[in-house]
Each structure stands twice: as structure tokens, then as C-alpha cells.
Write a protein that binds this ligand. Structure first.
Ligand code: VAH
Length: 319
């Protein structure tokens, strides 16, 4: 019988690129089909050029590779979405509907759909934001994620499609650059620091946000997808937390290793988005249902980020 495969949509993105490598290490290079809008370079396994807005193109890839699982990681994020709200809504929702429908029609095994702490608005508890909380998002991105969570829950309850989801905080990693988010500063700051350049932050110094280091985010995603279906009580999307920090706390953490690092603050339109989000969320449902636990705190992340970026920028070992 022809082997079944896993399809990653958005495999060229910040999370998708790292998840592709991890899933190939876990399940075999040839088991994971990496797809994106543009050709992907330097791949160790099969790739496809795929626009997930085109349902027939997605169906053709699913049939060609006998896809049994889909990780749908393509979306327009919070900051970019506010520049063209209707395009963000159309891209985020049409692509999700195409994935959910193909999963229903062909009886796919599992679907992963990332949500975000962007589902919360100013009415939500700002600290220890509970799993079940008032969801009044203030970005189109957040609105599309609330709608997406409810469609995921509907396809599970109505059609039995095993859709699983995590409300990611800001994700920080050295392997890839973020694209159009409000938490992107937390990645950019390390690239400036390792190059000994001063960093201008687009958020206020005291803006506390939920964040997660990439290794934790990827491990949490795999652990959720490998958990027994009957252990999962949440079919909208699980709160997922790692740490919460402010730009000035990141700068202090960096200065423990690079004492001369300098940061200035020039808040822009993304400050209002960040102000609508909680500072720290409660992820006890994930910890109870599938034993989630983060492993990195801010200083451990800083050390790992700077160590890897020193190599990336050919700066030798971090002094
Ligand atoms: C964004 N990085 O900033 C994403 C994320 C919690 C933030 O969803 O839009």
C-alpha cells in the first residue's frame, strides 16, 4: 500500500520551517511534504508549491501524496493583517475551510490549526487568562482565530475530524524570521544584539506579553498531536504558556552576556495591539490533559539564542 504522508502548509514560515525539520527527524524525511506559496530551497524531503486558497490545488496534493495529516501554518499575522483587514480575513478563513473540508471529505487522520493569544481582547483577564474566557479580539487576525477555533470545534463535533489547536504566545527562535507579528521585536532584538547594533523597539519598555521559545513551541505541538484523542477536553484551542516578559527584561537578560547592548523605544501602531492582549495566560488545561510543560525561561532562551546566532553570523563562539 502506498505510504501515507504529512503535509505542512506554510512550511517556509517562522514556525513551519522548524516544524518541518522536526517532523522529518521524527517520522522520516520522505514522510513529510513541505509546501508554501513559493518554491522551498534546501529541503531534505518532498516539497510542493501550493496556494491553500485554491481548494482544488490542495486536493490534488492530498491525493498525489496520500496525505493523512495536515499542519496548516499559513496565515496573515496581527500587524500585517491590520494593513488589509479583508485580505487577512479571506486568506486566514478560506485556507482553513479548504483544509477542514478536504479532511472531512477524505477522512484524514489529524489536522493541526494554530491559534493565538490574539483571540483575547481588553475584556479578558490580563493575568492568568483562563482557558474559557471572553473572546473579543481587537485585530482581524484575532477575529479569524476565534472563528477558526469554533470551526475546528464544529468539524470535530459534527464530522469527527480530529482537529487540534494551540493558542501560541509570541514565538522566538534563531532558525527563522517572523513575518508581520506584534511580537516580532522579541526575535529581532537578538539579531541586533549579536551584531552589536543598538536596537529600536516598536513597543514600550514595560509591555509584558506571553512568549515561548521555539523548541518548547515545537515540542508542545508534537506532544499535542501525539496525545490520545480521548485525553483532549479542548477542541477549540488550548492556551499554551511558556514565559511572560517585557522588552526591558529581554534587554537586561541580553546584557548579562553582552553588557554593552543598547535599546531605545519608539512605540508604533503595534503598541495598541499588544495592549489589547493579556500579559500572562493560564495553560492548566494543557498541563492536565496532555502533560504540557515549558522547559525554557528567559535567560536560558537568551543564552541559546545568542549562542546559535553567533554561529549564524559567523562570529565564532559567543565571547
Ligand atoms: C503575532 N506572532 O504577533 C503572532 C502571535 C501572539 C502573537 O500570534 O501576530
Amino acid at each position: 500500500m502506498k505510504q501515507e504522508h504529512i503535509l505542512i502548509i506554510g512550511a517556509g514560515g517562522q514556525i513551519g520551517s522548524v516544524l518541518t525539520d522536526t517532523l522529518r527527524e521524527l517520522y522520516g524525511d520522505d514522510r513529510v511534504v513541505a509546501s508554501d506559496l513559493h518554491p522551498l530551497e534546501g529541503q531534505s524531503g518532498p516539497t510542493e508549491v501550493l496556494n491553500a486558497l485554491e481548494g482544488q490545488a490542495l486536493e490534488a496534493v492530498v491525493k498525489k501524496w496520500r496525505i493523512n495529516q495536515i499542519y496548516h501554518l499559513a496565515a496573515i499575522l496581527s500587524a500585517t493583517g491590520e494593513k488589509d483587514p479583508m485580505r487577512a480575513w479571506n486568506v486566514n478563513m478560506t485556507s482553513l475551510f479548504n483544509v477542514l473540508e478536504i479532511a472531512r471529505q477524505r477522512g484524514l487522520g489529524k489536522v493541526y490549526f494554530p491559534s493565538s493569544i490574539a483571540v483575547f481582547g481588553r475584556e479578558a483577564a490580563p493575568v492568568d487568562t483562563p482557558q474559557y474566557e471572553v473572546l473579543i479580539p481587537e485585530t482581524v487576525y484575532g477575529i479569524s482565530k476565534v472563528a477558526g477555533e469554533n470551526w475546528a470545534n464544529y468539524y470535530f463535533r459534527r464530522y469527527g475530524v480530529d482537529v487540534r489547536s494551540l493558542r501560541y504566545p509570541g514565538i522566538i527562535g534563531y532558525q527563522s524570521m517572523p513575518g508581520g507579528g506584534t511580537t516580532d521585536y522579541a526575535v529581532d532584538i537578538y539579531h541586533y544584539a549579536i551584531q552589536k547594533k543598538p536596537f529600536e523597539c516598536f513597543l514600550r519598555a514595560d509591555t509584558r506579553l506571553p512568549m515561548l521559545y521555539m523548541p518548547d513551541a515545537i515540542r508542545g505541538t508534537v506532544e499535542l498531536m501525539e496525545a490520545p484523542a480521548n485525553s483532549l477536553s479542548v477542541r477549540t484551542s488550548y492556551n499554551l504558556a511558556g514565559m511572560s516578559f517585557t522588552p526591558e527584561e529581554v534587554a537586561s537578560s541580553i546584557r548579562k552576556l553582552m553588557p554593552n547592548f543598547k535599546i531605545t523605544y519608539k512605540p508604533d501602531f503595534r503598541q495598541a495591539i499588544a495592549d489589547s492582549w493579556p500579559a500572562a495566560i493560564d495553560d492548566s488545561a494543557a498541563r492536565y490533559d496532555w502533560h504540557w510543560h515549558p522547559e525554557y525561561d528567559l535567560d536560558a532562551m537568551t543564552k541559546d539564542m545568542l549562542r546559535h546566532l553567533a554561529v549564524k553570523y559567523h562570529l565564532g563562539e559567543l565571547a
